[in-house]
Design a protein around this ligand. Sequence first.
Ligand SMILES: CC(C)(COP(=O)(O)OP(=O)(O)OC[C@H]1O[C@@H](n2cnc3c(N)ncnc32)[C@H](O)[C@@H]1OP(=O)(O)O)[C@@H](O)C(=O)NCCC(=O)NCCS
Length: 177
Amino acid sequence: MTEIRTPRLLLRRWTDDDLVPLSEINADPEVMRWIGDGSTLDLEETADAIERWEDEWDEEGFGLFAVELLASGELIGAVGLSVPEWLPEVMPAVEITWRLGRSYWGQGYASEAAQATLEFALQDRGLDRVIAVNRAGNDESENVLRKLDMNRDRDTSHPEYASLLTLYSIDLTEYEA
Ligand SMILES: CC(C)(COP(=O)(O)OP(=O)(O)OC[C@H]1O[C@@H](n2cnc3c(N)ncnc32)[C@H](O)[C@@H]1OP(=O)(O)O)[C@@H](O)C(=O)NCCC(=O)NCCS
């Protein structure tokens, strides 16, 4: 069972108990604004998402972590890795993504989980490179990317929604520098 502890967080695989708290996070339009077509997800769609993430863990040896507060055991969101098949021009690739419930923003949790995820990807799993894709206007996400020291590579557009995207990346040498 893959688990990572940071000073304040537990990053772990998904359990049935995560369904309701994650579906509450996925039901918030502010959280979902920059994800997919911006639609919120209901309980059934959230269950499908957890199943896809768990399948990715089984097939790839990495995936999106359930992020839990060590102090309280609350599920605060999903941070981790996925294969960005939705953006064929960057493939093959592994991307880092993050999504926290709104009440957990502004406390440094996303950056703490993302930093641990990069270490997991590049040092533990031995991936060559991790990319990130940011939608133009998602300043909170861009702030996390800046703090992770990911390199801004180039701009492109979303294949389905025509929104402007900025591609970022980091490899092991850059990560360790
Ligand atoms: C993107 C997202 C995860 C960023 O979350 P966040 O909480 O703003 O990010 P961080 O963890 O970096 O925390 C930000 C602030 O917490 C503050 N903070 C408070 N206590 C802190 C602590 N103990 N340690 C570090 N930072 C702390 C910092 O001031 C920091 O802001 P700064 O970098 O300007 O100084 C969040 O906005 C989100 O879930 N958005 C919706 C989903 C989304 O758009 N995802 C991206 C597409 S995949």
